[in-house]
Design a protein around this ligand. Structure first.
Ligand code: FPP
Ligand code: MG
Length: 333
C-alpha cells in the first residue's frame, strides 16, 4: 500500500516544469495598461494559494495523453484559466463574506474597497475569457460557461440558507458541487477533451473532478471548525459566524438530542455571530462527533474519486491523481 504524501509540492513534483509556466503566466503575463491594476493583479497571485486546480488540470492532461502525444501550450492555457476563474470567484467571495484575510494577506476589499474588489474580480473573469477563446474549442467554452453559472448558483443557494437549520444533505452536497466541484471537474474533463480522448475517459475524469471537488469542500468546511487562522491564511470559524451550516454542524443537527437543540438555538438566534456563541457552537460540534463523521464523509468522496480513475492506463500521473485524493484528506490548509 502506498503511504499518503502530505507535502503538496512533493506530490506535484512530476508536473513542476508545467506548473512553473502556469505560475509565470499568472504572476507576470497579466498586463493591464494601468500600472496600478497590473501590480494589483500580480500581487493577488504572488500572495500564493495552493494552485490545486491548475495542478489537477495539468496532471489530468498528462494522465490522459494519447500514446506519442505531448503536453502543449493549450494545456497550460487551460490550467491558467482554471486558476483565473477560481481566484476571481474568491475575490468576489471575500466581498460577499466581508473577509479581511485570504492566503495570509489582506483581501482586496480590505486593503482597498468593495467596488475595486468587484472590478478586479471582473477583470480576472475577463482574462479567463480571453484564455478560453484561445483554446478555440466550443465544447470547452460551454463547460466553463456552465461553471460560471454554477459558481453563482452555489453562492446564491448558500446565501438563501444563512442561519437556517433545516438544510438537508442533498442541498448541501448540490451546493458544494456548484460552488467548488464544478470547476474541479471542468479542468479534469477539458484536459481529456483537448487530448481528443473517448467519451468514457472524458466522463470518468469529469466524475473524478466532481467527487474530488466535493471531498475538497467537505474538508474545507471541516478545517473551518478545526483549523486556526494562522494555518489557514483566512479567518477560522467564519462559516458558522456567517450562518453557513456545513457538514460538521449538519451531522450534529440531525442527532435530535440536547447537543442538536442547543446548536439549533445558537444558529437560529444568530448567537453564532458573537464570539461566545461561536465558541460554544464549535465546542458542541467537536463533543458531539461532528468532526469524525465529517472525515468519514470526505473519505467516501475521495474513494469514489479514485475509483473513477480505473479507465486510465497505468502511469505516474494516474498515481498522482490518486495521491491527490489522499492528500486532500490530510491537508491542513
Ligand atoms: C469560497 O468558498 C467560494 C467559492 C468556492 C465560490 C464563490 C463564487 C462566487 C462569489 C460567484 C462568482 C461570480 C461569478 C461571476 C462566476 P468558501 O466561502 O466555502 O471558502 P472560503 O472559506 O475560502 O471563503
Ligand atoms: Mg468564503
Amino acid at each position: 500500500m502506498q503511504s499518503t504524501i502530505v507535502d503538496l509540492n512533493q506530490l506535484l513534483a512530476p508536473v513542476k516544469p508545467e506548473m512553473q509556466l502556469v505560475d509565470t503566466w499568472l504572476t507576470s503575463n497579466l498586463i493591464d495598461d494601468n500600472n496600478f491594476v497590473s501590480d494589483l493583479l500580480s500581487q493577488v497571485f504572488k500572495s500564493g494559494g495552493k494552485r490545486l486546480r491548475p495542478a489537477l488540470t495539468i496532471v489530468s492532461s498528462k494522465a490522459s495523453l494519447k500514446d506519442g502525444d505531448e503536453i502543449s501550450r493549450l494545456h497550460i492555457i487551460l490550467a491558467v484559466l482554471t486558476e483565473l476563474i477560481h481566484t476571481a470567484s474568491l475575490v468576489h467571495d471575500d466581498v460577499i463574506d466581508q473577509a479581511s484575510l485570504r492566503r495570509g494577506e489582506s483581501t482586496v476589499n480590505k486593503k482597498w474597497n468593495d467596488k475595486l474588489a468587484v472590478l478586479i474580480g471582473d477583470l480576472l473573469f475577463a482574462q479567463a475569457s480571453i484564455c478560453l477563446a484561445r483554446l478555440m474549442n466550443p465544447q470547452i467554452v460551454g463547460i466553463y460557461g456552465q461553471v460560471l453559472g454554477d459558481l453563482c448558483a452555489g453562492e446564491i443557494k448558500q446565501m438563501r440558507q444563512q442561519f437556517s437549520t433545516s438544510v438537508d444533505w442533498d442541498t448541501y452536497i448540490r451546493k458544494s458541487v456548484n460552488k467548488t466541484a464544478s470547476l474541479f471537474a471542468a479542468g479534469c474533463q477539458s484536459s481529456a477533451i483537448l487530448n481528443r480522448r473517448e467519451e468514457d475517459v472524458v466522463a470518468s475524469l469529469k466524475s473524478y473532478g466532481v467527487n474530488l471537488g466535493v471531498c475538497f469542500q467537505i474538508v474545507d468546511d471541516l478545517l473551518d471548525v478545526t483549523g486556526n487562522t494562522d494555518q489557514l491564511g483566512k479567518a477560522a470559524g467564519s462559516d458558522l459566524a456567517n450562518g453557513v451550516v456545513t457538514a460538521p454542524a449538519l451531522f450534529v443537527l440531525e442527532q435530535n438530542d440536547a447537543h442538536a437543540n442547543r446548536l439549533k438555538e445558537l444558529i437560529n438566534t444568530r448567537a453564532v455571530s458573537e464570539s461566545d456563541g461561536l465558541a460554544e457552537a464549535l465546542s458542541i460540534i467537536c463533543q458531539a462527533g461532528g468532526i469524525e463523521k465529517t472525515v468519514q464523509l470526505a473519505t467516501k468522496y475521495a474513494q469514489a474519486a479514485k475509483q473513477n480513475l480505473d479507465c486510465l492506463s497505468a502511469s505516474t500521473y494516474k498515481d498522482s491523481l490518486a495521491a491527490i485524493a489522499d492528500y486532500l484528506l490530510v491537508r491542513t490548509n
